[in-house]
Structure formats: C-alpha cells, structure tokens
Design a protein around this ligand. Sequence first.
Ligand code: DQA
Length: 146
Amino acid sequence: MHLLLINGPNLNLLGQREPSIYGSSTLQAIEVDLQRKAKEEGVQLDCFQSNFEGALVDRIHKAIGEVDAILINAGAYTHTSVALRDALLGAGIPYVELHLSNTSAREQFRHNSFLSDRAVGVISGFGVMSYHLALQGILNYLRKPG
Ligand code: DQA
C-alpha cells in the first residue's frame, strides 16, 4: 500500500508558528514519526509540503496511479481553493482532510472547507494526533473488506 501526506501553506513553520494553536512539533518530526508508523504497518508513506497552490495541484496529479490514498492538511487553502478540490476529485484518489486545530471552533472563515464533503473523513482538533488518527482511519478504510 502506498500513501501520500500533503501539507499546504505555512505548515513548514510548525514548531514556531502560533504554538498555542498548532503545538511545538516541527513538520519534519511529524513526518518522520508518521513514516515510521506507516512502515510498521507495511505501508509506504511519501510526504510533500508546499506553500504554492499550483505545486500542490501538480503533486496531486503526479499521485494518480501511484498512491492508494492521500492524507491532506491543506492549511488555509482548505477554505479557499476550488483548484485543490478539483485536483483531488479529478485524481479520483480517496483522501482524508486533517487539521491540527478544530477549525469549526475558530474564526467563521475557517468553518468552510472546499474539501470535506468529498473526503473519506475529516479529522480536526487533535494536534499532532490528527495526523496519526488520519493514518489509522485511512488504513482501516482501505483494508475493510468489500
Ligand atoms: C490548519 C487550519 C487552517 O485554518 C489554517 O489556515 C492552517 C492550519 C490546521 O492544521 O489546524 O494553516 O489547517
């Protein structure tokens, strides 16, 4: 099984960015930890981060025929990007939307997501654990019979 973790804009700043909201782990630490966990499950997990919408779209296109599912924290593009939504739907790859913070408990503009209605599931508000829950959730989804 082959999975792809995508992180969008500003998530490269994790560890120093608003730690009271996003915690103190760096993105690299999260990725290393998640890759270790995936490996234990016999799964390959690739990681990609970009601050550029088009680069995220390109990476999703590259994933066609390559990965079984995508875990995506699209950051602020969650709330703005029709292009990212179209890329995910166009690729036809099942995906989980995830967020460190509980976006529904924050500013009104974070309540809308262009991704959530077509996601396998959405995980939001558990900090770094959101990444682990997303991995667990998608593995359960992909492995379930039928
Ligand atoms: C975020 C929530 C978004 O609203 C925000 O723009 C981010 C991070 C999260 O992980 O909580 O950049 O996706």
